[in-house]
Structures are given as structure tokens and as C-alpha cells.
Design a binder for this molecule. Structure first.
Ligand code: IMP
Length: 427
């Protein structure tokens, strides 16, 4: 079963690294299919800590071919900064392949991201400010710049002209910013052309060939289900397809090549930025979860909003993604609670519902109906077999499994790479 998709179930930061680590040695190719440098993962190998925002985590595993698919938006400055930092520490990045159809993020996207947020005032999304939304908007608007455009200066110039036509009016007349010249953007982009050239490939074909050869291809989703542009808490979402369907469109392989869809879900919930969050906590329990789970954004350093586990979200994610497995992360963060509430339904205007409401206003009003589970008050970070977990922890996991409708194949019990309990192998 060589095509394995990894997606976040909640609002991101579920700890996908646990799953990619587990697949580690079995993986031949890792492809990032959506998002850009709005993601953030810290990978610890031995004593070395690597913070990656754009590059797929597979870049650190010797022998793995890392791929940036067509669904990604690439800030070339960030790409080459991350590559240089890795090369300086002796990491070989020469196998990286980048889709010719991926779009680029340039200076005007970053500027627009920041000024639009400011103009939204209290309706702001709380974006990462990396230019992600404006770059995807240009893609959909058909005025985006693609990686392949860098290899024909004439075309590049025409496309940048087209992209700037409206933007300069907007920047100058609405946002009171200076106009951007075609030359400065063309020069900004062309400086990367020669270094980029050996990496550019028909990545869809490369992936298809790898799958045909029986290689293990891992499709690594950025962000998560509830941040997906279609299925998330719109408009408080990112601008790409972060669900399993995006693995196909964002990498150029057919959906029937995806054999296993693994959802990563935290044993509680977190979210960064604005938007509804039914189980959010504002009390001491929330503080405790944030401190114990070290819930601060990798990309922006912002304290994450925290709340209890929401079974409706996982059930929804199971359906939208077609999940075959769950990886439950950070169970050990709950080690020190007397009681652990789980959201099993929402009360919306006096009515109890057990499915995600289709109406966003209803989701904003949803009050969590909580079921209490007894805590285990014991350090579980050293446990490696499910049967060795305290019985209350076992019952908590089994209850989440039943409520979510997908088997929990792996449980994260500690920050170390081997801090996992494997109930079913992922590959
Ligand atoms: P954008 O992706 O920068 O446009 O931000 C849109 C929303 O997605 C904001 O609420 C961000 O905080 C959130 N977001 C984007 N990337 C991540 C991520 O990797 N983890 C968690 N939240 C994210």
C-alpha cells in the first residue's frame, strides 16, 4: 500500500511529525501538496533541532526524495534560506524536486496579506502574514506566476505586468502604499532561476512512476481539515485544500493512488488565529493545557488557543478525508487532570446536535455538550504498549476511537521520537 496521505484533523499543529517519523525508513518519497511557509514543524534528530516552514520534513531523511507539488505556493527567498541553513549543517538537499506548476509568493503578496488584515479590523483572519492568501487568490484569478515562468524572461515580464496592473492601483489608492515596479519583481525572481533549474520537474509524472514501482509515497498535508478552504471554518481558514482530496489535485496523481489516509489528531484541541472554537477554554485548565503542551505557534510564536477534544470535529474529518487511521498525539499532556471532558455533541439554540452544523452561524453559537472521563494522574511518557497504559487512559482512547469512527492506530505519549504506542502499523 504505497500511497499514504497524512492530514491534520483539527486546526493544525497536531504533530504530524510523529507520523512522518514513524514512516521514516519505509518512505521513499515525501510530497508537500498544499500551503506554503505558513506551516511550521520542528524536527529533532539527535541533538540537532531543525525548524522547517516550507520544506517537507522528508528533506532530513537520507535516501528520501522530497517533492514540492503543484498545489504549494513557494516563497523563493524562504526556500533558499531553508536550503542554505540545512546545507550549512551538512544535510544533503540535492534530491529535492519542485513542480513547474507551483506558484510563487513575491513581495507584493506579503504586503497585501498584511495590509488586508489591517483593513479587516476586528474581522481579521489572523493569518501568518506570509502572503499565502494573496498568492492563491492570484492563482485562482489566473494572474499568478508559476515556477516555470522563471525560465522565459519575456513571459515572466508579461505575467508580472498583468499581475501588477490592478495591484498597484490597490496598493497606492486604497492602502496608501508605494507602487511596485515590474523590474523589481522580475529581478527578485530571476536571481533564483539558476539555482532552481536542476530542481524543477514534472512532479506528477515522478510520483506516478514511483507509485508504479511500488515505492512508498507519503503525501504530507499542511494545516488541517478545519482550516481547509472548502471544508473548514470559512472565512477563518487558510487558502488551500488541506484535506485528503488536496493530495490528489495538489500533487497531480489520481485519487485511486491514495491507499491510506491517516488523520493526525491531538488528545485535546488547539487553534491559532481567529474563528469559532466550541470547546475553547479561558480558565486555569486552558492555561495548564497550554503550558503542559507548550502550545505556542512555530511560525509566529503566538500562544495557541486551547480547548478539550471535540469528537464532532474528528467524525467530520473522518468523513471529509475518508480517514483509515488516526494518530492520537500528546496524550501525555493530559496526565495531570482529575477529570477530562470530551465534547460529544453541540447545543445550538437549545437543540442538541451530533453532526457538524452546515451553517457557520450555528457553529459560532455551538455550546459543547461535555462527557466527563476520569483522569489517570500518572506519567505515561515511558509507556510503549497499549495494555501498559493506566486503565483510565486506555478507556479515554477507546472512547475517542468509538466517538470518532476511525481506529486509533498510533498514540503519542511523549516528545521524543520513539514516544509512541503503535497499535496498528501505518505501512
Ligand atoms: P494563512 O494560512 O497565513 O493565510 O492563515 C490563515 C489561518 O490559518 C490563520 O488562522 C493561521 O493561523 C492558520 N494557519 C496557517 N498555517 C497554519 C499552521 O501550520 N498551523 C496552524 N494554523 C495555521
Amino acid at each position: 500500500m504505497p500511497g499514504i496521505v497524512i492530514v491534520g484533523v483539527q486546526w493544525g499543529d497536531e504533530g504530524k511529525g510523529k507520523a512522518t517519523d514513524l514512516l521514516g525508513e519505509r518512505t521513499d518519497v515525501v510530497v508537500k501538496f498544499n500551503g506554503g511557509n505558513n506551516a511550521g514543524h520542528t524536527v529533532v534528530i539527535g541533538d540537532e533541532k531543525y525548524a522547517l516552514h516550507l520544506l517537507p520534513s522528508g528533506i532530513l531523511t537520507p535516501g528520501v526524495t522530497p517533492v514540492i507539488g503543484n498545489g504549494v505556493v513557494i516563497d523563493l527567498e524562504v526556500l533558499f534560506d531553508e536550503l542554505s541553513a540545512l546545507n550549512a549543517r551538512g544535510v544533503d538537499t540535492s534530491k529535492l524536486k519542485i513542480s513547474a506548476n507551483a506558484h510563487v509568493i513575491t513581495g507584493y503578496h506579503r504586503t497585501l496579506d498584511k495590509v488586508t488584515e489591517r483593513f479587516l479590523g476586528k474581522r481579521m483572519i489572523g493569518t501568518t502574514g506570509r502572503g499565502i492568501g494573496p498568492a492563491y487568490a492570484d492563482k485562482i484569478n489566473r494572474v499568478g506566476i508559476r515556477i516555470q515562468d522563471l525560465f522565459d524572461e519575456n513571459i515572466l515580464r508579461q505575467k508580472v505586468e498583468g499581475a501588477l496592473e490592478q495591484k498597484n492601483h490597490l496598493l497606492v489608492k486604497v492602502y496608501n502604499r508605494r507602487a511596485v515596479t515590474v523590474d523589481e519583481i522580475v529581478d527578485e525572481l530571476l536571481q533564483y532561476r539558476d539555482r532552481l533549474e536542476p530542481m524543477v520537474a514534472d512532479t506528477g509524472l515522478l510520483l506516478d512512476n514511483a507509485l508504479d514501482a511500488g515505492e512508498v509515497v507519503v503525501f504530507e498535508g499542511g494545516q488541517a481539515t478545519m482550516l481547509d478552504i472548502d471544508h473548514g471554518t470559512y472565512p477563518f481558514v487558510t487558502s488551500s485544500s488541506a484535506t485528503a482530496g488536496g493530495a490528489s489535485t495538489g500533487s497531480g496523481i489520481g485519487p485511486n493512488r491514495l491507499d491510506r489516509i491517516v488523520g493526525i489528531v491531538k488528545a485535546y484541541t488547539t487553534r491559532v488565529g481567529s474563528g469559532p472554537f466550541p470547546t475553547e477554554l479561558f480558565d486555569d485548565d486552558g492555561e495548564k493545557l497550554r503550558a503542559r503542551g507548550f502550545e505556542y505557534g512555530t511560525t509566529t510564536g503566538r500562544p495557541r488557543r486551547v480547548g478539550w477534544y471535540d469528537a464532532l470535529i474528528t467524525r467530520y474529518a473522518t468523513r471529509i478525508n475518508g480517514l483509515t487511521d488516526l494518530v492520537l498525539t500528546k496524550l501525555d499532556i493530559l496526565d495531570d487532570f482529575d477529570e477530562i471532558p470530551v465534547c460529544v455533541a453541540y447545543e445550538i439554540d437549545g437543540v442538541e446536535v451530533t453532526e457538524m452544523p452546515w451553517n457557520q452561524s450555528d457553529f459560532h453559537h455551538a455550546k459543547p455538550v461535555l462527557k466527563m472521563f476520569p483522569g489517570w494522574k500518572e506519567d505515561i511518557t515511558g509507556v510503549r504498549r497499549f495494555e501498559d497504559l493506566p486503565i483510565n487512559a486506555q478507556n479515554y482512547v477507546l472512547a475517542l476511537e468509538e466517538l470518532s469512527g476511525t481506529r486509533i492506530s498510533v498514540i503519542g505519549v511523549g516528545p521524543q521520537r520513539d514516544g509512541v504506542i503503535v497499535r496498528h502499523d501505518l505501512v
